[in-house]
Ligand binder design. Structure first.
Ligand code: FE
Ligand code: FE
Ligand code: ZN
Length: 293
């Protein structure tokens, strides 16, 4: 089965059951969500009854609950400890987020490694490793480090940086990687040589660490260090390359998650993009169709 889905909402009333409903309306077989707004730390109590219902519903539909993904809020920054209070806040919030994932029974948590904000890469990486070793001590959840575009002082835009962090993490069962196609492109990786990239990841880290892929086209050329996502087939990566990644034999059972922009900031494109991916055929009228739907 192709595990394809998108980022979906999560609200305090319908919770994960509402997230599933949204995903199903797009024809998705998996999904990713934030347990609250991505830019803040307001979080509601997890409703265990909704978790149970979601598991039952997915079982009925023959969908695999273990493929679901949570994304940690991006205000967590484990790389910068210039202000001890903020660093400790990031660590304790991440610990709470892991607890929420355990209650949700979603065991894959995507995390941006962090930005060093002037401390330098080495110090930043050291801070990330220290923090991860604290939060992963008795975790049932695997943290997936996302490959970043290299915007500003972001860490994790090279395979070597991800490798260095993973090498420093003691609990290797609870660490993994989330590839993001837009970020890889913007970081300088040529996705037309994707097989070479997979070989490099396998050599330096191990391909089995890759547990999620964010599928996004990019608004910018390779190595732009920008991080602006584009709709599938409308960016610089293009439909054919993204399709090759989505259907790659070595990545067969890994969930693929779309984080492409809403059309005119209002219309979610995911139903149309998923349809295009299933049909393996580019739809150049996609944007107009979405606007007129
Ligand atoms: Fe992300
Ligand atoms: Fe991403
Ligand atoms: Zn991004």
């Amino acid at each position: 089965m192709l595990y394809i889905g998108s980022h979906v909402g999560f609200n305090k009333n319908s919770q994960i059951l509402g997230s599933l409903e949204e995903a199903l309306s797009y024809g998705a077989t998996t999904f990713m969500f934030y347990t609250g707004a991505p830019q803040n730390t307001v979080r509601s109590k997890i409703d265990l009854e909704k978790v149970k219902k979601t598991k039952e519903k997915m079982q009925e539909l023959n969908l695999d609950y273990t493929k679901l993904i949570v994304h940690a809020p991006y205000i967590i920054n484990l790389a910068n400890n210039q202000e001890e209070e903020k660093y400790q806040f990031s660590i304790s919030f991440l610990k709470q987020e892991i607890k929420r994932c355990e209650q949700l029974e979603v065991y894959n948590l995507v995390l941006h490694p962090g930005s060093h904000v002037g401390l330098g890469k080495e110090k930043g990486i050291h801070n990330i490793i220290q923090a991860l070793n604290q939060v992963l001590k008795d975790s049932k959840v695997t943290i997936l480090l996302e490959t970043m575009a290299g915007k500003g002082t972001e860490i994790g835009s090279t395979i070597e940086e991800i490798q260095e962090i993973i090498q420093g993490v003691e609990n290797k069962d609870c660490i993994g990687i989330c590839l993001d196609t837009c970020h890889l492109n913007d970081a300088g990786y040529d996705l037309s040589k994707f097989d070479d990239l997979l070989d490099e990841i396998d050599r330096k880290i191990g391909l089995h660490y890759v547990k999620c892929i964010h599928i996004n086209d990019s608004k910018n050329p390779i190595q732009a260090h920008k991080d602006r996502h584009e709709n599938i087939g409308f960016g610089t990566i293009g439909f054919d390359l993204l399709l090759k990644i989505i259907y790659h034999k070595k990545l067969e059972n890994i969930p693929k998650i779309l984080e492409t922009p809403y059309v005119d900031r209002i219309f979610p494109p995911y139903k149309y993009e998923i349809d295009m991916i299933r049909k393996k055929k580019m739809n150049f009228n996609l944007i107009d169709q979405i606007k007129n739907s």
